[in-house]
Design a protein around this ligand. Structure first.
Ligand SMILES: *Cc1c(COP(=O)(O)O)cnc(C)c1O
Length: 414
């Protein structure tokens, strides 16, 4: 990591960046929405492309001097379409939430009805939470998961028939099972709704062939680029050609000004990486590792919402331990493991306290963690929770997690 100029101009920020690198290298990252992007992606995002205004779309800009920018953005679009098997891609959304906002803007009028997954059951804020624009300006009905942590498709269908939504959203921030896009499309067709598949979490798994694709089923596909897809922070919207214009208009001038072309270039690089055979192996390893982590936790007497995971993440259910997600997420940080508190279905605790911890395998897999390492992580987590008052045990566990980080180094050339 070359920080020579930052060090000269702003030693404070340079120091914080160095300390953050050290934190990432020396702790085990289990936040399910995080990952470690490649040095190539980071170099691209730190390039001169940050200087360029490029409102509009490739070859149809409001600014001059976009020759190279046009080539880069077109490349990113082409790669996204090829990787996910879709007709059209808009690679300009600054984030996943904005990608969703643009789809709402493209197909809905304020007050229109949406059917989506409840936030406390694993949905996302931007799918209709009352504190988000999507819940404030639209009439949102939500479906949840059953006691096994599965989407009840019969329930989704009966809600769709009852409420006649204009848009149905599938895709979640905390759902550990395979999503049946075909079933969702059948339900959408039955009530004349559009189907939006938000694959923010599972994009890398879809790209790597270990989760079915929504292509051919969803009218609109939104994603982030920084979760399992392992690119820079950002969003993408994909759709059939017939919706290309309304989507592009909703992104610009509907919601955004100038696109972040340095990030779009980073997306292009990440999409190329995700199309390689190595990425398929990576995606397979994520799922293997998540299963090894889940099995390790179960073997140590822990509960997991819905039991065995089918993707990259799971929610540890702490209810029977009498401990809270908030306290245990803080405790894990003490032993060198980063994760976030999360509600479990029908959580007796508030969303700020919670009874669960969401755990994901994508970031650890990037640094080379294998199934044995994940079983060791499961042991560290379980012992920490069982010995949360025993400083001596916690100190030892912290050493164990540091030993794993040393065994699987991250950004070792920086
Ligand atoms: C993370 C996530 C988003 C939002 O992405 P941001 O880039 O944080 O705005 C949207 N939808 C789902 C399902 C997500 O998990």
């Amino acid at each position: 990591m070359n920080l020579e100029n930052v060090k000269r101009v702003d030693p404070d920020v340079a120091m914080y960046i160095e300390k953050e690198l050290e934190r990432q290298q020396s702790t085990i990252e289990l936040i399910a929405s995080e990952n470690f992007t490649s040095e190539a992606v980071m170099e691209t995002c730190g390039s001169v492309l940050t200087n360029k205004y490029a409102e509009g779309k490739p070859n149809k800009r409001y600014y001059n001097g976009c020759e190279q920018i046009d080539k880069i953005e077109s490349l990113a679009q082409k790669r996204a379409c090829e990787l996910f098997g879709m007709d059209h891609a808009n690679v300009q959304p600054h984030s996943g939430a904005q990608a969703n906002m643009a789809v709402f803007m493209a197909v809905l009028k304020p007050g229109d009805r949406v059917l989506s997954m409840d936030l406390s059951n694993g949905g996302h804020l931007s799918h209709g939470s009352p504190v988000n624009f999507s819940g404030l300006y639209f009439d949102v009905k939500s479906y949840g998961v059953d006691s096994e942590g599965n989407i009840d498709y019969d329930n989704v269908r009966s809600m769709a028939l009852e409420h006649k939504p204009k848009l149905i959203i599938c895709g979640a921030s905390n759902y550990s099972k395979i999503i049946d896009f075909k079933k969702f499309r059948e339900i959408a067709d039955e009530v004349g709704a559009y189907l939006l598949a938000d694959i923010a979490h599972i994009a890398g798994l879809i790209a790597g062939g270990v989760h079915p694709s929504p292509a051919g089923y969803a009218h609109f596909v939104t994603t982030t680029t920084h979760k399992t897809l392992r690119g820079p922070r950002g969003g993408i919207i994909m759709c059939d050609e017939e919706f290309a214009q309304i989507i592009d208009k909703a992104v610009f001038p509907g919601m955004q000004g100038g696109p972040l072309e340095h990030i779009i270039a980073g997306k292009a690089v990440a999409l190329l990486e995700a199309s390689k055979p190595e990425f398929k192996v990576y995606a397979q390893n994520i799922v293997k590792n998540a299963k090894a982590l889940a099995q390790g936790l179960l073997d140590n007497g822990m509960d997991i919402v819905g039991g065995m995971t089918e993707n990259h993440l799971m929610t540890l259910d702490l209810r029977k331990t009498g401990k809270t997600g908030k306290d245990m997420a803080n405790l894990l940080e003490v032993v060198g493991i980063t994760a976030n508190k999360n509600t479990v279905p029908n959580d007796p605790q508030s969303p700020f306290v919670t009874s669960g911890i969401r755990l994901g395998a994508a970031a650890a897999t990037t640094r080379g963690f294998d199934e044995n390492a994940m079983r060791e992580v499961a042991r560290i987590i379980s012992e920490a929770i069982k010995n949360s008052e025993n400083q001596e045990v916690l100190n030892k566990l912290k050493e164990d997690s540091l030993a794993l980080c040393k065994k699987f180094p991250l950004y070792s050339n920086m």
